[in-house]
Design a protein around this ligand. Structure first.
Ligand SMILES: Cc1cc2nc3c(=O)[nH]c(=O)nc-3n(C[C@H](O)[C@H](O)[C@H](O)COP(=O)(O)OP(=O)(O)OC[C@H]3O[C@@H](n4cnc5c(N)ncnc54)[C@H](O)[C@@H]3O)c2cc1C
Length: 492
């Protein structure tokens, strides 16, 4: 334990996407890396987040599609849901990916240690389970986040679950109330509804996904309602009570509606009102590490107030997304390795892609239709008093969307009125998350409308809608007739 600490040693605390990306990148660059994780590698995203929810969304969507295929000779009355098989399929996908990460960790010669790490000195962590002490010159903290549980009476009742509990259900609940209309809430509302549950979604804001473009969100809202999800906006869950008798117990929910209240009875309440950084028990206060708004405060390279300790991913707060955690891990490790300089010796600055401030983080919701966005929405640009141009293109005029039978939705491009630089792209429609890479590149590389519009997009693809929306900002879209375009603008 005593003796000098090797300068190239790194301990990564947390084996989610932020942690394992940091560990693998540092090991590839020749550092001696130890990764501490108490649970399964892959953290929230692989085990109880992105991956299992996308597996369930896909299976639920298939189930609903099969139900709607009466016209093709399938008898929907004969379709039976095997919820256990659905769960097994989801678990298989998770297992495969976790094994993949496990193998990468091994093959990159990273030492994997099981346990909860706690800082006891600036360069030493202790495992809570065994008391073993580990020392390193550098640390990356990537301990992720936990669900926010509102302080309401009845939150501990059986049948009240967070997303993690919802992923472990063995039976499909008949009546579900989803608290929260963010990405997790709307994805689960769709999963339950597509499998056949009755679903009520309660959101205290005036819109679902309220930080996204309202025109884009309206398309999803309408589709969810059409499918039978009851959406209650501007309402709050006040308290939860046990109702009925075991084993048929249910939950009575009291909602505030304007000045009055309303009672509902459901079988499951899914609490999806947000997540908060997880740092309890890490011993950060012992080292005097500064916090900001309930998250670990860092500079643009991920350095905490103890400059040899970095933090990446959900534990830094802000947007809590897997690809953000992975990108921040790359920035932090590059900074540890090159200490503020690029490989070629140039100083890094805030515009450099190796600064967290310069990362452009795309946002996606995997409902159907999907929502995908990057950069500013029209509303955000207007709130910032920016003069912008807006171009739109509807999927109803896109050949590929029509041939997929999914013509609902649009692409909307927001650009600076003076420079034509693309500031943001918001989309709703079929597979629009697959257009998000190009949209992110456009915003990240500060492309102009002309550059986006004049890039040749393959035909027939959904990506053509990006070029047409960019053209439309100047009134030049080929597939929007001038008169229709005029009418469209007048009514928006
Ligand atoms: C239901 C759901 C769906 C989601 N879907 C998406 C999606 O589609 N796309 C997307 O981009 N994001 C999605 N997310 C968000 C995404 O999962 C997170 O942003 C991402 O997992 C954050 O990665 P991370 O490495 O910061 O933390 P995590 O993945 O949470 O990993 C943190 C790890 O730290 C470990 N740990 C905690 N304390 C200690 C300690 N003391 N010592 C050692 N280890 C510790 C934990 O066990 C955990 O494995 C979803 C989240 C949820 C809940």
């Amino acid at each position: 334990m005593n003796g000098p600490i090797p300068g190239n040693s790194l301990i990564v605390v947390g084996g989610g996407i932020g942690g394992y990306t940091a560990a693998i990148r540092a090991a590839r660059e020749g550092m001696s890396v130890t990764l501490v994780e108490p649970g399964e590698l892959g953290g929230t995203c692989l085990n109880v987040g992105c991956i299992p929810t996308k597996s369930l969304l896909h299976q639920a969507h298939q189930f609903r599609q099969a139900h709607s295929m009466q016209a093709f000779g399938i008898d929907p009355l004969k379709l039976r849901l095997d919820f256990a098989a659905v769960g097994a399929q989801k678990n298989q996908v998770v297992h495969q990916l976790v094994q993949g990460v496990r193998s990468l960790v091994k093959r990159n010669r990273i030492t994997l240690v099981k346990g909860h790490a706690e800082f006891i000195e600036p360069n030493t962590v202790q495992l809570q389970e065994t008391g073993e002490r580990l020392r390193a010159a550098h640390f990356v903290v990537a301990t992720g986040s936990v669900p926010v549980l509102p302080p309401l009476s009845g939150m501990d009742l059986p049948g009240v679950v967070t997303s993690e509990g919802a992923l472990k259900l063995e039976h499909l609940p008949q009546r579900v109330l989803v608290m929260g209309g963010g990405a997790v809430g709307v994805e689960f509302a769709q999963i339950f509804r597509d499998f056949g549950s009755e679903v009520i979604l309660v959101e205290q804001q005036k819109a679902l996904l309220f930080q996204e473009d309202s025109e884009v969100v309206a398309v999803l809202h309408k589709r969810l309602e059409k499918r039978g999800v009851v959406i209650r906006l501007g309402q709050r869950v006040q308290l939860l009570r046990a109702a009925g008798a075991v084993p048929k117990s249910s939950i009575q929910v009291e909602l505030t509606v304007s000045d009055s209240s309303e009672q509902l009875e459901v079988d499951l309440v899914l609490v999806a009102v947000g997540r908060q950084p997880r740092f309890q028990g890490l011993g950060l206060d012992r080292l005097g590490i500064q916090m900001n708004n309930g998250a670990i405060a860092t500079d643009d390279f991920g350095r905490t107030s103890q400059p040899h300790i970095y933090a990446v991913g959900d534990v830094r707060g802000g947007l809590m997304l897997a690809h953000k955690a992975g990108a921040e891990a790359e920035v932090a490790v590059a900074h540890i390795l090159f200490q503020g300089k690029t490989r070629s010796g140039f100083e890094l600055n805030h515009q450099d892609p190796l600064s967290m401030a310069a990362l452009v983080i795309p946002r996606a919701v995997y409902t159907s239709p999907e929502i995908a966005a990057v950069g500013l929405t029209e509303e955000q640009a207007s709130a910032a008093h920016l003069k912008v141009k807006v171009g739109r293109f509807l999927f109803s005029a896109n050949g590929r969307a029509l041939s997929m039978g999914e013509s609902e939705g649009l692409v909307k491009v927001v650009a600076d009125a003076a420079t034509d630089r693309v500031l943001g792209i918001s989309m709703v429609g079929p597979s629009v998350t697959n257009l998000l890479g190009e949209a992110t590149l456009a915003v990240q590389m500060e492309l102009t409308l002309k550059a986006l519009a004049q890039t040749v997009h393959p035909h027939p693809t959904l990506t053509e809608a990006l070029a047409e929306a960019a053209h439309d900002a100047d009134g030049n879209a080929i597939h929007i007739p001038p008169s229709a375009k005029k009418n469209f603008k007048e009514t928006r």
